[in-house]
Every structure is written in structure tokens, then in C-alpha cells.
Design a binder for this molecule. Structure first.
Ligand code: G6P
Length: 590
């Protein structure tokens, strides 16, 4: 949530910052701003709405001849989306951008007001600027260190101090921030995509470290202000990820990439399943995640229990982190996260680690906090995902957890070779599924004018429905719920009305008749029903089918169908598909 970028060097500061913000827009897009500095003057320009608005505004201003600057794209936490609340915030000699949440904001605000500080915005970020300023005498580094020690909460900060003409400061705790090392220019940003156009050398800033960036140099200090050695990593990422490659939306491009990334992620494990960790020593598994990652976990839970005969829970990280969890030394906690920066998932991981419980992370971003801190890491190879609603990363999360369940279940399976074979064929099968765009558009045309919709399924199909429903509501704003097919009649059926679309997912041969019976019940009450099923279970000409494979791979086939239906519906409703309202891709606050 919120993206920050900073630059010092001889390049055009405004261009570097705006390009950076455009790549970070997925982290929040309700307002944005930049601060430029020539060492003497600070020029702050802010705008509500998308980065494009900021860019247009900047292009109409006479800019100072800057050689350093900081910038921010916002997902509002404290205070509405307006220019006053937009970052950067300037108090006294300190100008800063902030990503995170300050929990003791009221206490700090009262304290600073007593010292004479007055606040213009409703943000917690302006308070940090004042707090640092209140500690400032002749040493900015010391002031930042003292001020951040008073903060309870999370922060990634980019700071300009009027005491220092030729440097920028950056620091973080529980919010992401990395440094980019260039040739006579240096950067910081919330993630690599903001600056990988300019450098492939990165330094991952650790908790509470403070970086001092000059044009020629970067110095890093720990929270005792002792300078520490830097670990520079060379990281290259696919430059095509920042381009739609001719597709109308990033979401569609990313769905179309699914066969390729799936093949890349699965290949080496399918060649040698021993590359996956051996989970046979564990007696119970807790899967913890948020959003789509949670729903990938639900599929994992089903497979672990049914085929590996191991007790498995799957819980929302924001609940898990605050509840009593029953562990023993044979518990494994699996965290699933695309970004690796989801605040609640990080907290759940740290809680398990504190209890000396093993943690395994399925994660996309290799430089992320979860990737750095989990005991065992399994990386999915989705590459950067730009559309806010996850697609290719989700399908890889499903693939990875399914593969893990398969490995654990393998000794108990009758024909494991057949399953390996199915996994290997999945990318090709998905490619064929993706080619049937007209079919999904046809369904979309029949549902896009409705404001309410249900997905139903049983067992694994319910787990898959959860993601289908989430995707649709996220990007089309249709109110959609996923329900266990058998549970619908216990209350929720009262919402069914004439013409209401209900989509059933049916992949379980044994439960097919049960779900069909539930469909008949809602049809009797006027619902318009649709079925997505395995080809051997097809009943009506209009049913959408996918090839009949096992439980380990069938979700991977149904998911693209659901994603494309959601996409086509949102397109028909003229929604902002890549940046749905109110959402952010990386949720770094509670
Ligand atoms: C946000 C995103 C979702 C994502 C969830 C968890 O809500 O909009 O698409 O599934 O966070 O994110 P993570 O990075 O932990 O997978």
C-alpha cells in the first residue's frame, strides 16, 4: 500500500520519479505527489487521482533545477484522498514520503502540538515529519534514528532534510524499501520495478536500518548508528512485464502468460520431485494467507487432507495473527503470498517463528520480507504482476501447493506417474482453454447486467469458487458470493430471484448429482444457471467443459475460465480492470 521512490543524481529527476511512480501505481492510486530539491529550494507538487494527473500538472509548472527528489503514490489510510493528505509532507526542515501506519499517532500528535507544531493534513505521515524535525539540531541521521525509535507501527520513509544539501535518507520497519545503486546516481523504491530501468544493483534494506544516499555513494547505518557493510545483489527482471504487449489490459496479458509461467515454475520439480521439501515429519499443517492466496491455500487444504491424510487448516492471516493457535513441534505453517509483503501474513509468520514452529513460504517476490524470513522458501516464477487483481501468480500458488500435497501423498497414491503426467500437460491444456475467448464472452454477456450473483460448489469446487467469486467482484463490482452448494438452502436461498445468475463448478464425479440437485432448486426459484465442469460430467450443450484430470490439476484448468469470465464481465461494464477502485495490490498495512 502506497509506493515510494527517491532519486539523487544527474538524470532528469522528475522523469525518474514519474517513471518510478507509474510502476508503483499498483500499490495505491488515489493521489500522488513529488518533492524536488536543488539543495536550496524544495518544490512540492501533488494531485489527486492517477499518476497521469500528477504528470499533467507537473508539465504545466516551471520546475526548479533539481538533482534529488522523492515521490509517492497513495492508498489512503488516515484521511481522505485529497491534495492536503497526499505526500510528500513538509514540516520545518523535513520533507518526507511514507508507506505504513503509525499506531501511536494520537499520542505523538498531542506531544508535538504541545511543542507548537500545527498540522495541515489528517495523515499519520505528517506527524513523522514533525517528529523528525523536533529531534533535528545539527544531525539529520541522528534525528531520524531518535524519531523512529518513538514510533509504534510500520514505516518506509524517504526523506529530504534541509540541513543536508547533497543527500537523501531512507529507512524502513515492517514496510518494504530497497536501494538501487547506479553510476553516479542512487535510488530507493518500494520495489524493484520502479527503478530496474536504471540499475540492476540492489541493496535490501533491513529492519530499522537508515540509508544515506548521495550521488556517488550509499552508506547504511543500524539503529545504533553504526555503519554496516552493504550486500549488493544483482537482480534482473523481465522488462516486458512493464508493457501490455498489445493486450488491452495487463490482466489479460497476465492471464495469457499462465501456460508459460506454469511450465517454468513446474518444470524442475516435475523432473525431480525430490527438489520439493519433504513434509513427512509434520503431523499438522496451518496454511495462512490473505485474499486470493488464501483461496489457493483452501485448495491445498483439500488436497493435503484428502490425499496426504494430514490435518490441515487454512486461515485468514489477519485473524490467525491474533488468535490462539494450537501448535506442537510437528506443526508446519505454510505462508502463501505473491508480494511477500502482506502485513498480516508477515505477522502470522513471525508469530509461528516465535513459537519455534517451522515456516514454509510460497512466494513470488524473491526480495520480499517473507522470502527473507521464512525457514523454507518455494518461489513461484510469475515475474512481476502489474494488474491489481492477481491471476498468473494465483494459478502458480495453486500449482505449488498442489505439487506439495502431491509429494506428501505420493506414497499413498495408486498411480503417481499419471499425476506427474497430468501436471506436465497442464500448461498445454490451459493454453487451449485460454483460446476459447468467445465462450467466456458469451457467458459474460448473459450476466454483466446483474448486480448479484452466486458461485456454488462442493469440496474442492467450493475452494475454486471462492477465487472465481473474488475475481469477479474485485474487477466488475458485481456483488458476488461463493457458497457451499449444500449450504445455500440454509438461509441464503432467500436472496435468489428471477434471472439471478448462479454459476456451479462441478469436478467431483461423486458429488455431481448433489450439486446438480442444488442447481435445480435455484432454477425452480427463477435463477439462471451456468455450469463449468469436467468434460465427462457435461449434461447440457451450454456447459463449459475442461479436460477430465485428477483433483491435483483440475483447479488449474477451471481457474483461467473463471478469470476470463470475470475479465469479460468487467470489460462489458467498462470498469477500470487493471486498477479497480479502493484496492491495492500489496497490502502492507493491517
Ligand atoms: C491484496 C490483493 C490480492 C491478493 C492479496 C494477498 O488484497 O489485491 O490480489 O491476493 O492482497 O496478497 P499477497 O501478496 O500476500 O499474495
Amino acid at each position: 500500500m502506497c509506493g515510494i521512490v527517491g532519486y539523487i543524481g544527474k538524470n532528469n529527476v522528475k522523469d525518474v520519479l514519474i517513471n518510478g511512480l507509474k510502476s508503483l501505481e499498483y500499490r495505491g492510486y488515489d493521489s500522488s505527489g513529488i518533492a524536488l530539491s536543488d539543495g536550496k529550494n524544495i518544490q512540492i507538487i501533488k494531485s489527486i487521482g492517477r499518476i497521469k494527473n500528477l504528470e499533467d500538472k507537473i508539465n504545466n509548472e516551471k520546475l526548479i533545477n533539481a538533482y534529488k527528489g522523492i515521490a509517492h503514490t497513495r492508498w489512503a489510510t488516515h484521511g481522505g484522498a485529497n491534495e492536503i493528505n497526499a505526500h510528500p509532507h513538509k514540516v520545518g526542515k523535513i520533507t518526507l514520503v511514507h508507506n505504513g501506519i503509525i499506531e501511536n499517532m494520537d499520542y505523538l500528535k498531542t506531544k508535538l502540538e504541545k511543542q507548537g507544531y500545527k498540522f495541515k493534513s489528517q495523515t499519520d505521515s505528517e506527524i513523522i515529519a514533525a517528529l523528525i524535525d523536533s529531534h533535528l539540531s545539527d544531525n539529520t541521521l541522528k534525528a531520524i534514528n531518535e524519531a523512529t525509535k518513538e514510533i509504534i507501527g510500520s514505516y518506509a520513509l524517504g526523506i529530504i532534510s534541509e540541513l543536508d544539501k547533497d543527500c537523501l535518507y531512507a529507512t524502513r520497519k515492517d514496510s518494504p524499501l530497497l536501494l538501487g545503486k547506479g553510476n553516479e546516481e542512487n535510488f530507493f523504491a518500494s520495489d524493484i520495478t520502479a527503478i530496474n530501468k536504471y540499475t540492476n544493483k540492489f541493496i535490501l534494506l533491513d529492519e530499522k536500518e537508515i540509508a544515506v544516499l548521495t550521488e556517488k555513494d550509499i552508506k547504511i547505518y543500524n539503529d545504533n548508528l553504526k555503519e554496516i557493510t552493504q550486500n549488493i545483489q544483482k537482480i534482473s527482471i523481465d522488462k516486458n512485464s512493464n508493457s501490455k504487449l498489445g493486450y488491452d489490459h495487463y490482466m489479460l496479458k497476465e492471464i495469457m502468460e499462465e501456460p508459460i509461467v506454469l511450465e517454468k515454475t513446474l518444470k524442475s520439480y516435475l523432473e525431480n520431485i525430490d527438489k520439493l521439501p519433504d513434509l513427512s515429519k509434520y503431523k499438522q499443517i496451518h496454511i495462512v494467507a490473505c485474499g486470493s492466496a488464501l483461496y489457493a491455500g483452501m485448495i491445498g487444504k483439500f488436497l493435503f487432507e484428502k490425499y496426504a491424510n494430514i490435518s490441515c487448516t487454512c486461515e485468514v492471516a489477519s485473524e490467525y495473527r491474533y488468535k490462539k493457535n494450537i501448535y506442537d513441534q510437528k506443526t508446519l505453517v505454510i505462508l502463501i503470498s505473491q508480494s511477500g509483503e502482506t502485513a498480516d501474513t508477515i505477522a502470522a509468520m513471525r508469530q509461528a517463528k516465535k513459537e519455534n514452529i517451522d515456516t514454509l513460504a510460497i512466494v513470488n517476490v524473491k526480495t520480499s520480507t517473507i522470502a527473507r524470513e521464512a525457514d523454507i522458501k518455494l518461489f513461484i516464477e510469475a515475474g512481476p504482476e502489474i494488474a491489481v487483481a492477481t491471476t498468473k501468480a494465483y494459478i502458480l500458488q495453486v500449482a505449488m501447493i498442489s505439487l506439495l500435497a502431491f509429494k506428501l501423498a505420493k506414497p499413498k497414491l495408486k498411480d503417481p506417474k499419471k499425476i506427474i503426467d497430468e501436471f506436465s500437460k497442464t500448461p498445454k491444456i490451459i493454453k487451449n482453454i485460454l483460446d476459447k475467448k468467445e465462450t467466456y464472452l458469451n457467458i459474460a454477456k448473459q450476466i454483466y447486467q446483474n448486480e448479484n450473483l452466486f458461485f456454488i460448489g462442493r469440496g474442492l469446487d467450493y475452494a475454486i469458487s471462492l477465487e472465481g467469486s473474488l475475481k469477479l467482484k474485485e474487477i466488475s463490482y458485481i456483488h458476488s458470493e461463493a457458497y457451499q452448494a449444500g449450504e445455500l438452502k440454509h438461509g441464503t436461498i432467500s436472496l435468489v430471484h428471477e434471472g439471478m445468475p448462479i454459476i456451479a463448478i462441478i469436478t467431483d464425479d461423486n458429488l455431481k448429482d448433489k450439486t446438480i440437485a442444488n442447481l435445480r432448486e435455484v432454477e425452480a426459484r427463477g435463477a439462471k444457471t451456468f455450469v463449468i465442469c469436467k468434460d465427462n460430467l457435461k449434461e447440457k450443450e451450454t456447459d463449459i467443459t475442461v479436460p477430465n484430470t485428477s483433483d491435483f490439476t483440475i483447479s488449474l484448468e477451471i481457474v483461467p475460465v473463471l478469470q476470463l469470465i470475470a475479465y469479460e464481465v468487467a470489460k462489458l461494464r467498462n470498469c477500470d480492470i487493471d486498477k479497480p477502485k479502493n484496492l491495492a495490490k500489496s497490502v502492507t498495512v493491517e
